[in-house]
Design a binder for this molecule. Structure first.
Ligand SMILES: NC(=[NH2+])NCCC[C@H](N)C(=O)O
Length: 398
């Protein structure tokens, strides 16, 4: 497990193939569950399988979160922790809690994993003892909420070199995702001994905001999800552990369209990014380095992001692939995750095929684009980068 850049050869990636949790979305709950439409589940799965195949056929090992979770649940301590987590929900009441506890105790690991991801609705359980809560709920109410955004594995954990940061998700609909990743990284044999850099109890940081610009340089978007306090905490941890010498805090508009830094900027080469043209000239960065001792940080006032990044990365210039799009096309394609590419290697990235103009411009600039369908996957507002958590990349040649 090792990641020191956004672009060096990708070897292992963590994905989540969407399942029954998507079938829980309705027009009434999709807003609070952070989807802009009601995806066609079977087609979303096909699209996701194509995405996984595009990676596999290029030599990338694909790990599936559900499988890791089921294997993790074979460990009694992990099972106890994750079960206790959902039972602690204060909406339940004692009668229903006991009924759900009995139900969960009867499930084998793979079904339990499915319940933890897809949730549990009222009609699926019948508590043996009396429960006012159970009687008063409607058949389709959730007893355990579904996690449709687990698909975006980028956000619930992020690797910085050989350490993993289990993040602290800001939106209520996503908080429980990190109980799953936290358990997987601590209890699954594959990750035994991995050092935890961050945990969900800390200030909000989401993985979509974290870019490993170079082996010792991190950029952290601060906006709708990651708070200044979260960026500061992660910066302290990364600097103290010697995993970076500079962390850039990058303010982004606190809007749905730009919920993470990776919705406006992703790397496509060791010294190049594709960036939403409407922000390319205005993005700023505060730069954070270590002060005299561990407790002190040196925070420098904001400067243009591209300048601050190039300086920290020790390169003359961070190239922006100029998509040259008119503001309307740029806005449409940004909304559909045109800037949210996943690099498999330098100058080779995966992108949604629908962003025709952005992809054409990337190719024009010498970037090979592996196009995938995303009409259904994209209804959750996330592209190839959001849907992937790199676990192993080759070290970036120095
Ligand atoms: N890294 C990303 N850009 N992730 C996209 C997450 C989309 C998800 N529906 C949310 O609103 O949280």
């Amino acid at each position: 497990m090792y990641v020191d850049s956004e672009v060096s050869r990708l070897r292992t990636v963590l994905l989540h193939r969407p399942g029954k949790e998507l079938a829980r979305l309705t027009p009434r709950n999709s807003g609070s569950l952070l989807f802009d439409g009601i995806p066609w589940v079977g087609r979303a799965q096909d699209e996701h399988d194509q995405f996984a195949e595009a990676l596999r056929s290029r030599g990338v090992e694909v790990l599936y979160l559900s499988q890791l979770l089921a294997e993790t649940l074979a460990v009694p301590e992990a099972r106890a922790e994750l079960t206790a987590g959902v039972l602690a929900d204060r909406r339940l009441g004692d009668g229903l809690r006991a009924g759900i506890a009995d139900y969960l105790a009867d499930q084998p690991p793979d079904r339990l994993a499915e319940v933890l991801v897809a949730g549990l609705s009222h009609e699926e359980v019948k508590p043996a003892g009396g429960s006012l809560v159970y009687e008063m709920l409607q058949p389709n109410d959730f007893l355990i909420d579904p996690l449709p955004n687990l698909l975006f594995t980028r956000d619930s954990s992020v690797w910085v070199r050989d350490r993993v940061a289990v993040t602290s998700l800001a939106m209520p609909a996503r908080r429980r995702e990190t109980t799953l990743t936290h358990a997987v990284y601590r209890f699954h044999p594959r990750f035994a001994g991995s050092g935890l850099l961050y945990d969900p109890a800390l200030e909000h940081v989401e993985g979509g905001d974290v870019l490993v610009l170079a082996p010792s340089v991190l950029a952290i978007g601060v906006g709708e999800r990651t708070t200044p306090a979260g960026a500061e905490r992660l910066a302290r941890r990364v600097l103290a552990a010697g995993l970076a010498h500079t962390v850039l805090a990058v303010p982004i508009a606190q809007e749905r369209a730009t919920m993470h830094l990776d919705t406006v900027c992703t790397m496509v080469d060791a010294d190049a990014v594709v960036m939403y043209p409407n922000v390319a000239d205005t993005l700023q960065a505060w730069s954070i380095t270590s002060g005299e001792d561990h407790d002190h940080l040196r925070v420098r006032p904001p400067r243009p992001f591209l300048e601050a990044a190039a300086e920290a990365m020790g390169i003359e210039r961070l190239r922006v692939i100029d998509t040259g799009l008119d503001p309307v096309t740029a806005e449409r394609e940004q909304w559909d995750d045109g800037n949210n590419t996943l690099a498999i290697a330098p100058r080779l990235c995966v992108a949604y095929e629908r962003n025709v103009e952005t992809n054409a411009q990337l190719e024009h600039a010498g970037i090979e684009v592996v196009r995938i369908q995303g009409s259904e996957l994209g209804s959750g507002r996330g592209g190839p980068r959001c849907m992937s958590c790199p676990v192993l990349r080759d070290p970036l040649p120095g």
